[in-house]
Design a protein around this ligand. Structure first.
Ligand code: PLP
Length: 441
């Protein structure tokens, strides 16, 4: 489709006639249509441009249409488009090698999957087989994917209609702004969340628990950056009770937080890491599990009972090699850290000074949430109508946002420039002013 041949209305009509959408009642859907993109910019069929501060589903970390990633995929396509997982290929081995080069030193192998959900699915399976234990503890306020165990490990509304896997339980993690632990400082929040986790482990029977599965920084749940000591404390509990720690870096990995992995900023070494999204920015669907030497060794002589036709698909592998190489050469992780530190963080905090509707701003790198409240004292979230109005105002001004509950997630590509951040901040400023002004009038 070229912008001249297809209108937005044509693309939407064809979609609504034929495509069944995720997580939605179908009848009232009004999707936006997009035809192309470049870097942080995306445009529709009529040439209207938007700054993509959603990174789609927080996955386009390298920006749209990065030429090196496209060339990497095209070269592989011309050479060998598909290959069964049992065979070896240089591109698959190199993709795993490049991922491991940025992972903690105890990691030794990569198992490739089709996306993030099945990465968590297989990590949970490995943990159960390695420990001979059954239960998995994860958090309320989390998302781990839309398959059997991953959706039941999830801690948001999407779990409830899908609760068919067994052996899962949930705990509340730290979230000082809406503390479950009557805490007033990050230290208290961390200590009390850990004490509650310890009591849960003991009450459940430590010998029955295979793994604790956590998003290093819960993403869709609100970019809940853990307070000092929390992740190290979880690791200590895992060591004490012989439980494995799985960190889900599907959204937080590969530059999102201004580090290669979000865990790099915390004093924690997991046993398994799951990844997807930013590893290749979703140019080809892929995910995987990074496996510690110890867990990998479990399956040296013993069969791992799991696999996928497209595990380590050559086009996915080529896109990973090209993407990580570009990240290294263009210092994209460093850019994300600089943007967060010098532009996006200070800029969003300045907006909070100007707009009483902003209750809290939190994040790092290019991974931020702006939580909107009806009243700063009670911290009551603004309602869905308010968020709808904010979204409309942002879109009208050319910013494509990621909205979740009462939050704007400010999550541009890791390649975003300071100028693009300045434009986006000005748009958010105007949009909030327009909605709160209209409400006050
Ligand atoms: N884990 C986290 C933290 C995620 O954010 C997501 C997707 O949003 C997933 C897992 C699931 O990944 P996928 O949609 O690729 O299956």
């Amino acid at each position: 489709d070229s912008p001249r041949e297809t209108s937005n209305a044509d693309a939407v009509a064809r979609d609504r006639a034929n495509v069944f959408h995720s997580w939605s009642a179908q009848a009232a859907l009004k999707p936006l249509a997009f035809a192309g993109g470049s870097g942080t910019t995306i445009w529709d069929y009529e040439g209207n441009e938007y700054l993509d501060f959603s990174s789609q589903l927080v996955n386009v970390n390298i920006g749209h249409q990065h030429p090196a990633v496209i060339a990497g995929i095209q070269n592989q396509l011309a050479q060998l488009a598909t290959l069964a997982p049992a065979h070896a290929s240089d591109v698959r081995g190199t993709a795993a090698e490049k991922i491991l080069a940025h992972a903690p030193a105890n990691m030794s192998k990569v198992f490739f999957t089709n996306g993030g959900a099945d990465a968590n699915e297989n990590a949970i399976r490995m943990a159960r087989l390695h420990t001979g234990r059954d239960k998995v503890i994860s958090r309320y306020r989390s998302y781990h994917g839309n398959t059997g165990a991953a959706i039941v490990a999830t801690g948001d509304w999407r779990r409830i209609p899908n609760e068919y896997a067994r052996g899962h339980l949930h705990v509340f993690g730290p979230y000082l702004y809406r503390s479950n632990f009557w805490a007033t400082t990050p230290e208290q929040e961390s200590e009390r969340a850990l004490e509650y986790l310890r009591r849960t482990i003991v009450a459940e029977g430590a010998e029955s628990i295979a793994a604790i599965l956590l998003e290093t920084i819960p993403g869709t749940a609100g970019v809940l950056v853990p307070p000092p000591g929390y992740l190290a404390g979880v690791r200590a509990l895992c060591d004490e009770f012989g439980i494995l720690l799985i960190l889900d870096e599907v959204m937080s990995g590969f530059g999102r937080t201004g580090d290669w992995f979000a865990l790099d900023a915390f004093d924690v070494v997991p046993d398994l890491i799951t990844f997807a999204k930013g590893v290749n920015s979703g140019y080809v669907p892929v995910g995987g599990v990074i496996i510690s030497e110890e867990i990998a060794a479990t399956f040296d002589e013993r069969v791992f009972p799991g696999g996928l036709t497209y595990s380590g698909h050559p086009l996915a592998a080529a896109s990973i090699v090209a993407s990580i190489t570009a990240f290294e050469e263009e210092q994209i992780v460093e850019n994300a850290a600089m943007i967060g530190r010098d532009h996006l963080g200070p800029g969003l905090l300045a907006l909070a000074e100007r707009h009483a509707v902003i209750g809290e701003v939190r994040g790092r790198g290019v991974f931020w949430a702006v939580e909107l409240v009806a009243d700063r004292e009670s911290r009551t979230p603004v309602d869905a109508a308010f968020m709808g109005a904010v979204k409309a105002q942002l879109l009208q001004r050319g910013l494509l946002p990621f909205i979740a509950d009462n939050r704007i997630h400010v999550v541009p590509p890791a390649t975003v420039s300071a100028e693009e951040v300045a434009s986006a901040l000005a748009i958010i400023d105007e949009a909030l002013g327009a909605v709160t002004g209209a409400r006050a009038a």
